[in-house]
Design a protein around this ligand. Structure first.
Ligand code: HEM
Length: 469
């Protein structure tokens, strides 16, 4: 248990070089049934308190000899994700449950196989290719706005649901040239139900019941997975039977050939990759947009400054790719939204070998938790961290912070492959929608984050959509 807390010098029986480092401070906050129960009940609160009480490097014993290390400092983020990334992998506690949903796609694979899949997929996410998607993204926003236009002014919407509708339609069109809007409700709910079960299995790993047992959770999961599988199978089958040439992500994935073998992806692999992109590609962006509208509604001065930017850059017309350069304040708003409410709010890793991180000695096979939600709020790097201030992302302010104090898209070789697409989509969607509608939260709602897998607003957030003159 947290062996390094009593012995700061590692001992290697084979006589290899000894590593020396400080012991990790030990926290008992997650120890025993009570501690684990509190962790599961409110993990965001656990991580925040854990850092406040014990600092940026903590060893947390739990039960049955399990322990995990929480690393909040930007130096640790840089070390684990970038400079020493070869010593860290995604642990089974994450991979086993996540693979139930995502299969063996790029998000849930490791080692040589992951590298091969990443190499095959990378060209589809090249900046030039993403840039060509701008028109399609704005068309999808227009389609959503046409629905809003048909409603009486001031109508109420379920904010998260509308953003899922939008991002699924963008994912369908940009990734697979398919209109998925008819499936928005089914796919959106299946993803949420799938995430709930994954979250439960991750929190209770390895003490989880086998999937073949017909428990309520397992049945719910199978139902959700079969909805997603049938949508994916249809996307692939339609494409295979089509004689048209498509220059979208699916077309690129199907045409991709392994450099060494000359072979393309198997059907099963293609299905896993398509499902991964569909889920990873819409749920996170929907969360980012929902949080951005929430923050704008809560900060009217910032919203009005954003309107000024839209007026001066766009004068009422829809944005195009070239306009994104000028929409700098809009981009800063998105960056700030991803700081306070990072959709991917924590990254699990495990060490292969012992290591020294920022002077602390970490054992071999240690479970590590990096936590965007907490690092993005460290007062050492973020003044008044709970407040929404897009100016933090002015170039002169970025320069004065360690780079890894902010990592909403991860870092290193496993950095989010869809980062450019996500940011382009968010910028275009916000500029298009905000010129036409004011989105105001209905008063009296207590808005809290729900960390079940992606960080989304808890429950239903209701907003009124008012047409702008
Ligand atoms: C605001 C939106 C998004 C956020 C915050 C986000 C965040 C992340 C993060 C933090 C990772 C790294 C996970 C890790 O290292 O453990 C990641 C990986 C990934 N993301 Fe995103 N993502 C977003 C949008 C997208 C989009 C639009 C797509 C695809 C269309 C996408 C596809 C992926 C994939 C495939 C991976 C795995 C990459 C690999 O392991 O090589 N993401 N994302």
């Amino acid at each position: 248990m947290c062996a390094m807390s009593t012995n700061s010098k590692s001992e290697k029986p084979n006589g290899a070089k000894l590593l020396e480092g400080k012991p990790f401070p030990v926290s008992k906050d997650c120890a025993g049934f009570k501690g684990v129960g509190q962790f599961k009940k409110d993990p965001l609160k656990f991580y925040r308190n854990n850092q406040l009480k014990h600092g940026n490097y903590v060893c947390n014993p739990t039960m049955f000899g399990y322990e995990f290390y929480t690393l909040y400092h930007p130096n640790a983020v840089e070390h684990v994700l970038q400079t020493h990334q070869k010593n860290y992998h995604k642990p089974d506690v994450f991979l086993k449950p996540a693979s139930l949903l995502f299969g063996n796609g790029i998000f849930t694979s490791e080692g040589d196989f992951w590298m091969k899949q990443r190499r095959l997929s990378q060209p589809a996410f090249h900046r030039d290719h993403i840039g060509r998607m701008a028109g399609v993204i704005v068309e999808c926003v227009e389609k959503m706005l046409a629905r809003w236009d048909a409603k009486p002014d001031g109508s109420q919407i379920d904010l998260q649901h509308e953003m899922v509708y939008l991002t699924l339609s963008v994912a369908g069109r940009t990734l697979f040239s398919t209109d998925l809007t008819d499936h928005a409700t089914d796919v959106g709910s299946a993803v949420r139900e799938g995430f709930e079960v994954l979250n439960h299995r991750m929190n209770n790993f390895p003490f989880v019941l086998p999937m073949w047992l017909p428990t309520r959770d397992n049945r719910q999961f199978k139902q959700a997975k079969s909805v997603l599988d049938s949508v994916i199978s249809k996307i692939i089958a339609d494409r295979k039977s089509s004689s048209e040439q498509h220059h979208d992500f699916l077309g690129m994935l199907m045409a991709a050939r392994d450099e060494d073998t000359g072979l393309g992806m198997s059907d099963a692999q293609l299905k896993d990759e398509v499902l991964t992109l569909l889920v990873a590609g819409h749920d996170t962006v929907a969360a980012c947009l929902a949080w951005t509208w929430i923050s704008l509604s809560q900060n009217p001065k910032i919203r009005s400054q954003m309107h000024d930017e839209h007026k001066s850059v766009l004068s009422g017309r829809n944005p195009q790719l070239a306009d994104t350069q000028g929409l700098t304040y809009t981009r800063m708003i998105i960056d700030e939204s991803l700081r306070l409410y990072p959709p991917a709010w924590g990254l699990p890793r495990q060490s292969f070998e012992e290591d020294v991180i920022d002077g602390y000695l970490l054992p071999k096979d240690a479970f590590i938790s990096l936590n965007q939600f907490t690092t993005h709020r460290l007062p050492e790097f973020w003044d008044k961290p709970e407040e929404f201030h897009p100016e933090r992302f002015l170039p002169e302010n970025i320069k004065n912070r360690p780079r890894f104090a902010y990592f909403p898209f991860g870092a290193g070789s496993r950095v989010c492959i869809g980062q450019n697409l996500a940011l382009l989509e968010a910028q275009l969607a916000i500029a298009t929608i905000a010129q036409r509608y004011e989105i105001d939260l209905l008063p009296g709602q207590n808005i809290e984050p729900d960390p079940t897998f992606t960080l989304i607003p808890k429950g239903i957030v209701t907003a009124a959509i008012k047409r702008r003159k």
